[in-house]
Design a protein around this ligand. Structure first.
Ligand SMILES: *[C@@H]1O[C@H](CO)[C@@H](O)[C@H](O)[C@H]1NC(C)=O
Ligand SMILES: *[C@@H]1O[C@H](CO)[C@@H](O)[C@H](O)[C@H]1NC(C)=O
Ligand SMILES: *[C@@H]1O[C@H](CO)[C@@H](O)[C@H](O)[C@H]1NC(C)=O
Ligand SMILES: *[C@@H]1O[C@H](CO)[C@@H](O)[C@H](O)[C@H]1NC(C)=O
Ligand SMILES: *[C@@H]1O[C@H](CO)[C@@H](O)[C@H](O)[C@H]1NC(C)=O
Ligand SMILES: *[C@@H]1O[C@H](CO)[C@@H](O)[C@H](O)[C@H]1NC(C)=O
Length: 613
């Protein structure tokens, strides 16, 4: 997370490319028409084993970006992959038959990935490994320090696969949905039902807490899982949690905007692109705007949109002078420092998609209710607006005038992305806050996938409904609940038939004061904690680290009854050697069936020193 010399290199090439006016000269419709094909190709180029940009990636493995250094994104993230696959499945259902092989490759790859034991845990016995954010390109585990677990991945993967199963059912292939794909979905929904009420890292992998985007998608997965289980006549373990998740989702609204991260200590406002990516991810063309699921046309979502865009307008210098009611460059959040904190392509196009979605919903309902909450949003676009019900009408009706104003507003966000897209249509992760020049990972799969979903929304091609109208109402009072999951390898889809010895959950807490950039691992004499091999050491996370308590922590599942020998180690920055504790520790794991235990330790040994690099 630092500026790199290669970024400067890209800068100079890019400024020359920006001087060529062709791409900017086109109108938004014609830009979208050509760029959508480029974007879909960009996605497929990043999928193994055939993807031209990702040699070495496993079959069906979706790589985040071909970039292998500064930053190294040559990994597969469960979240990015699932969002990308949802786009592919929606496009397949809309008629792009050629995508079915890619879908089947993904299904098999995910069945196998679910069984890969990793630093978040393993599939058996309690599903913990499903929360692992990323894996190596060949599908093996990644053992480096990272913000883990991330609990949106299983929900998003379930949503993508459920969409495909619904299509299979409608096309006479229920048996395939039930025997091959449902076992994968069932593991993911079990995970959601068991862990939705535990903290984890957000979609930007920085904040440990509860993330709006995560909870919103968790709710959707359980609602859809309930219906699919009924259609397939199978049992969904965990789906009973849906009303509680919906109840919890309401608490992210603070009366003015959606606070994207709660139960955290990040010290931010919570005004974050998270809160528009969530609504477009749970968009349902059939939803009522007052649905508690925070649809794009919902008054709270609209009020939040205005707060976010106003913040973004004031954050980046390339937005200077752009008046209200005009699209701006949109990034993650105003406090962002990653690569200097810049706008992102995928969030800028998400802003447009959000508005296209909202218009589609008002038009489908033939009515727009403007209330005190959404009034300020509409005032910017249509100054005559008042709090009342607007029924659909002819071209000159206020309803139609407002629809056109919102659509023009949406197009103006696309125009911003267009302005900063290079002539060949390549989409990186970010574009510079001062110059608009692309930076960070090149050819980001998610940037391309987000472009396609935006283009489809503009063209009136909507994903299938997910029955928001049938979602069970939340209870009157929210409660902290959980349903223990049922986990099994999806062998019919290609997963290895893994089994497990009896394990017990152990939380290792260690007080260890570290400098920024230093990480703590645990290492010991059993396979789970690396057999003293440094590259297999088990990373801890600092999500609970405060000035009062320098806490590093990890939750692991270790064999019941075994004796282990272990110690903590410090990974220094700037490729300096590891620093080991000066003593070996011992732990006797409790017997099979025992409840979780917590080990409280404090670092014993030399401290690390920040390097200069
Ligand atoms: C990858 O290439 C092989 C060999 O040409 C082909 O059989 C397979 O269908 C391709 N996969 C996809 C997803 O296109
Ligand atoms: C668990 O759920 C309760 C009730 O909705 C909520 O107050 C609490 O913040 C939640 N905690 C987490 C970590 O999700
Ligand atoms: C997987 O292994 C278990 C335990 O050995 C066995 O009962 C089960 O039949 C196996 N399943 C498959 C599909 O081979
Ligand atoms: C690890 O060390 C403990 C304590 O010395 C010992 O009892 C145990 O057998 C060792 N385990 C392995 C797998 O070597
Ligand atoms: C700790 O265990 C390792 C691995 O067995 C051994 O090499 C090392 O000498 C031990 N260190 C101490 C301080 O006992
Ligand atoms: C870790 O730090 C906390 C807060 O200072 C303290 O209460 C606790 O006793 C420490 N744990 C150990 C094992 O020293």
């Amino acid at each position: 997370m630092r500026f790199s010399p290669s970024v400067v290199g890209i800068l100079s090439i890019a400024s020359q490319a920006l001087a060529v006016p062709n791409i900017q000269a086109r109108d938004v419709s014609s830009f979208i028409a050509t760029q959508k094909d480029i974007a879909l190709k960009g996605v497929l180029d990043n999928i193994g084993a055939n993807g031209s940009e990702v040699t070495g990636a496993g079959q069906g493995i979706i790589i985040a970006s071909p970039s292998k250094s500064e930053p190294d994104y040559f990994f597969t993230w469960t979240r990015d992959s699932a969002l990308t696959m949802k786009m592919i499945i929606d496009d397949f259902i809309a008629g792009n038959q050629g995508l079915e092989t890619t879908i089947n490759d993904y299904i098999k790859s995910q069945a196998i990935l679910q069984t890969v034991t990793n630093p978040s845990g393993s599939l058996l016995p309690a599903g913990a490994g499903l929360g692992e954010p990323k894996f190596l390109a060949d599908g093996s585990r990644f053992t480096g320090a990272w913000g883990r677990p991330q609990r949106d991945g299983p929900a998003l993967r379930a949503i993508a696969l459920i969409t495909y199963c619904n299509w299979l059912i409608q096309n006479g292939q229920s048996q395939r949905a039930r025997s091959i794909i449902w076992p994968i979905i069932s593991n993911d929904l079990s995970y959601v039902g068991q862990y939705w009420n535990s903290t984890g890292f957000d979609l930007w992998e920085e904040v440990q807490g509860s993330s709006f985007f995560t909870v919103q998608n968790q709710h959707r997965s359980l609602v859809e899982g309930t219906k699919l289980a009924r259609d397939l006549r199978v049992t969904c373990t965990g789906c009973d949690q849906a009303p509680q998740v919906l109840c919890f989702l309401q608490t992210f609204w603070n009366g003015k905007y959606i606070v994207s991260n709660i139960n955290d200590n990040a010290g931010r406002t919570g005004i974050d692109g998270n809160s528009i990516l969530g609504p477009i991810s749970v968009f349902d063309i059939n939803a009522y705007c007052d649905s508690l699921t925070f649809q794009p046309c919902n008054s709270k979502s609209l009020a939040n949109f205005k707060v976010l865009i106003d913040t973004m307008r004031a954050t980046y210098s390339i937005n200077k002078g752009i008046p209200v009611g005009q699209g701006v460059a949109v990034g993650r959040y105003s406090e962002d420092t990653y690569y200097g904190g810049n706008p992102w392509y995928l969030i800028t196009t998400a802003a447009a998609e959000f508005l296209y979605d909202a218009v589609a919903q008002w038009r489908a309902r033939h009515v727009l209710y403007v209330d005190e909450t959404s009034l300020a949003f509409f005032k910017e676009l249509y100054p005559d607006v008042v709090v009342r019900q607007y029924n659909s009408g002819n071209y000159n009706s206020p309803f139609e005038k407002m629809m056109r104003a919102v659509l023009a507003y949406a197009d103006s966000f696309v125009a911003v992305a267009q302005k900063y897209t290079l002539e060949d249509g390549a989409l990186a992760e970010q574009y510079n806050r001062d110059t608009g020049v692309p930076l960070s990972a090149r050819d980001l799969t998610w940037s391309y996938a987000a472009f396609v979903t935006m283009a489809n929304a503009r063209n009136g091609q909507y994903p299938p409904t997910w029955n928001t109208r049938q979602a069970a109402a939340p209870p009157a009072t929210c409660a902290s609940t959980s349903t223990p999951g049922v986990y099994a390898p999806a062998t019919a889809a290609g997963a290895p038939n893994i089994t497990t010895t009896c394990q017990v959950n152990v939380v290792f807490n260690v007080n260890a004061t570290t400098y920024f950039g230093e990480n703590i691992y645990i290492i010991g004499n059993t396979t789970d904690i690396g057999e003293w091999v440094i590259n297999s050491a088990f990373p801890l996370t600092a999500g609970g680290y405060t000035a009062e308590r320098p806490l590093w922590s990890v939750s692991a599942f270790l064999a019941a009854g075994e004796n282990i020998n272990y110690k903590y180690i410090r990974q220094q920055n700037c490729d300096q050697p590891y620093v080991y504790e000066s003593q070996n520790r011992t732990l006797t794991m409790p017997a099979c069936g025992s409840p979780a235990i917590t080990v409280e330790d404090a670092w014993v040994g030399p401290v690390g020193t920040p390097g200069t690099c």
